[in-house]
Design a protein around this ligand. Structure first.
Ligand code: ADP
Ligand code: MG
Length: 702
């Protein structure tokens, strides 16, 4: 009987040997539903289990396959109950250590037994050791050869062993082979030849085979660099799929209606006339871009990038006025309460004289106060609203929100962006969105990650700034640094002292700031010192910041809460403790708090010796460059996109195989390919998106 081979796309994983409902459920957690999904489940890395390594040749830090004879197995009762097994071969010895073990294990380790182990080698006493290696007791009957290729390590989930994933994927590869032998085509080639041919990359099937089962000859490749054409082939397809997904988002948005906010220009003209400065050329350019978008009946979604201090706030204020001129409300949101306070202050100073003092809604507004604010927002009495994430909350209803401005976007996820958009009332259409960020993402990368957004860049600083001089000082010279602070304050200038700690612990960070403030107050009794951190009550913190801004305080000891936004032109000295703990982009942001006035400014990076080579390189780069874009590019190269853009951001932009920084050479081609596919092969867009983004994109709620 002739049966047409069923395409792998439609064959469920349960078709494979050993897959029952329980295993299928675990596989589904990884998004693996069909045999084809398994083929696209790509290894994270590889291990070499092909060669048995003599124990005497091992080095700490490497993973190795070893064999040896059990000498002694002994349970020690130190701090932790430990099973220690000594292993020896003709070249040396190795100790195995187990913290979790049962009777069967202990019984298997009889002197003279032969073990094959795989694990990471560590330095130990008295010999090198492996902690919880994978192991097998060898008998004459199980004497099998080591593996013949590199062993792939797959992303997995609880209750799903590497070995069973490997087994299933091997079955999937076998099905692929028999499918092809029977004349089937395997996974559909979704990239058209006019895209693929010029790139000289292997076919999809070749690439998949290679990546799941690379020959030993590939050992010399640096897997982390993923330069092999098989990686490039799949990375490219994945980048194309992302481009298509983002374009689809953009198209969907283009089908929505938005209020036309042409604005009469009168309010903007009055603010411009009242400002103590003229706009830079870059500010004028981005304002024109925004103004044109707002005047269209389609929702704007524009990312405004501008280095710290480049003057984004006034751009936001002018955009808000355009909305107000058009009879709509505008909202400005910041990631922290402190920053939203600052926006409130700025906008109050600029818009107050126009009779448009902003309403401020923060998490701490409770009860009656909150209800009154909500009522003013809902009735439209409040034309401009400033707030934090609280503005996203369900009970906040605007009367006719026309423009939502989100500051420091790298702290907001796409989901929040989407939720905010829903705040628009049905009849008037969805509000326009302006997203501002001081994290300068190199343009090519921004176009990849934010292909659904329009981009505006402020690439010019307001005039009259003196670049900040940055020096690195070991903390053994702390006294000198304090003397420097004393001098600066004595001569009428102001200074910041920034305490950093491991980011996750805000409590510890605040505590460190408190201690530092105490010790500085002791050493510098004549200096008027204030303390600002996230645990202070907002009113107290605001009072401190106001005093500092007014010049009634000389020194502000703070946590990284001042990273964004704080603006005091007379502050010209900044000390940053433990700069090695922060990312380059963040250090650059912090440093941007000084150098806002005319006098020469200094930033002292008070590090704790010894520095790693990487830390030295990073500090050196900061000393050399004050260009946020250059720093961001380097930061990306050194740490990868995940670190720089924040986990939240990349969490929803997870690439399976592509690395948008390392694969930069593919980006332009991927964008062109996406255009071509939408143009000539529109039917292939959905299958490509499904293949690479699968369930995630659908869960995204778009
Ligand atoms: P950021 O882009 O980091 O948010 P801000 O909006 O806080 O920067 O602006 C930094 C400072 O520069 C503020 O004091 C602001 O009033 C001022 N500023 C903005 N634009 C100009 C300009 N064109 N000329 C002079 N000063 C400006
Ligand atoms: Mg700002």
């Amino acid at each position: 009987m002739e049966t047409q081979p069923q395409p792998l796309e439609t064959q469920p994983v349960t078709r494979l040997r050993g897959v029952g409902p329980r295993l299928a459920e675990r596989l589904a957690r990884l998004g693996l539903v069909t045999v084809l999904d398994l083929l696209f489940h790509l290894p994270l890395r590889y291990q070499d289990r092909s060669r048995r390594r003599p124990l005497g040749s091992l080095l700490p830090g490497e993973e190795a396959l070893v064999e040896g004879e059990v000498g002694e197995a002994r349970i020690s009762h130190g701090q932790r109950r430990t099973l220690k097994v000594s292993l020896a071969d003709e070249s040396g010895t190795l100790q195995l250590r187990f913290f979790h073990f049962g009777g069967t294990q202990t019984a298997a380790f009889i002197p003279g037994a032969r073990l094959r182990c795989f694990g990471e080698v560590r330095a130990g006493v008295p010999s090198l050791e492996m902690i919880h290696p994978e192991y097998r007791v060898l008998t004459a009957a199980t004497e099998e050869a080591p593996e013949t290729g590199l062993t792939p390590i797959y992303p997995t989930t609880e209750g799903l062993q590497q070995s069973s994933l490997r087994n299933l994927i091997a079955q999937a590869l076998a099905l692929l082979a028999s499918d092809q032998a029977a004349g089937g085509l395997g996974p559909q080639e979704l990239l058209p030849p006019e895209v693929l041919d010029p790139l000289l990359l292997p076919s999809l099937v070749e690439a998949l085979r290679f990546l799941h089962h690379p020959p030993l000859a590939a050992l010399g490749l640096d897997w982390n660099e993923r330069r092999h054409p098989a990686f490039q082939r799949l990375a490219f397809e994945e980048l194309v799929a992302h481009q298509l997904a983002l374009r689809r988002l953009r198209r969907q948005r283009q089908r929505l209606e938005a209020p036309v906010l042409a604005g009469g220009g009168d309010l903007r003209a009055r603010l411009l006339a009242a400002l103590p400065f003229g706009l830079t050329g870059a500010q004028r350019r981005v304002l024109a871009e925004i103004a044109a978008d707002l005047a269209r009946p389609r929702p704007m979604l524009r990312l405004l990038q501008g280095d710290v201090g480049s003057g984004k706030t006034v751009v936001a204020a002018l955009a808000a006025l355009q909305a107000v001129e058009s009879g709509r409300q505008a909202a400005l949101m910041a990631p922290t309460e402190m920053l939203s306070e600052q926006h409130r202050r700025n906008l109050a100073a600029w818009l107050g004289p126009l009779g448009l003092a902003p309403a401020w809604l923060a998490g701490r507004h409770k009860g009656r106060e909150r209800e009154e604010l909500l009522a003013r927002i809902a009735t439209g009495e409040a034309r401009v609203v400033v707030g934090t994430h609280a503005l996203f909350q369900e009970d906040v209803a605007f009367q006719d929100l026309g423009l939502a401005i989100v500051d420091e976007q790298h702290r907001f996820g796409v989901h929040q962006r989407l939720r905010l958009r829903e705040k628009g009332t049905g009849e008037g259409g969805v509000p326009h969105q302006l997203i501002m960020t001081a994290t300068p993402i190199p343009r090519s990368l921004a176009m990849t990650l934010y292909a659904d957004l329009e981009l505006s860049v402020i690439d010019e600083m307001p005039p009259g700034r003196t670049p900040v001089t940055t020096v690195a000082v070991p903390d053994s010279r702390r006294e000198e640094v304090m003397a420097r602070v004393r001098e600066a304050c004595a001569s009428g200038r102001q200074a910041y002292w920034v305490c950093t700690l491991i980011e996750e612990s805000e409590a510890l960070q605040c505590q460190a700031a408190e201690e530092t403030a105490r010790s500085l107050a002791e050493v510098l009794p004549e200096v008027r010192l204030g303390l600002a951190h996230g645990r202070l009550k907002a009113v107290e913190r605001e009072a401190v910041m106001r005093d500092f801004a007014a010049g009634d305080l000389d020194l502000l000891v703070a946590t990284t809460v001042i990273e964004v936004g704080v603006d005091v032109a007379n502050a010209s000295l900044m000390i940053i403790e433990n700069p090695e703990r922060l990312g380059l982009a963040q250090l650059h942001q912090l440093r941007g708090r000084v150098g806002r006035g005319a006098q020469a400014s200094h930033c002292l990076l008070l590090y704790h010796a010894p520095l790693s080579r990487l830390a030295r390189e990073r500090i050196e780069l900061l000393r050399r460059s004050t260009n946020g874009f250059e720093i961001a590019q380097k930061d990306l190269e050194m740490r990868g996109a995940g670190e720089v853009l924040g986990t939240r951001q990349t969490g929803e932009m997870q690439f399976r195989i592509a690395n948008p920084v390392a694969d930069e050479s593919l980006l332009a081609a991927a964008r062109q390919a996406a255009d071509l596919i939408l143009d000539r092969y529109p039917d292939r867009a959905s299958p490509l998106i499904d293949r690479w983004l699968g369930a995630r994109e659908h869960c995204g709620g778009v």
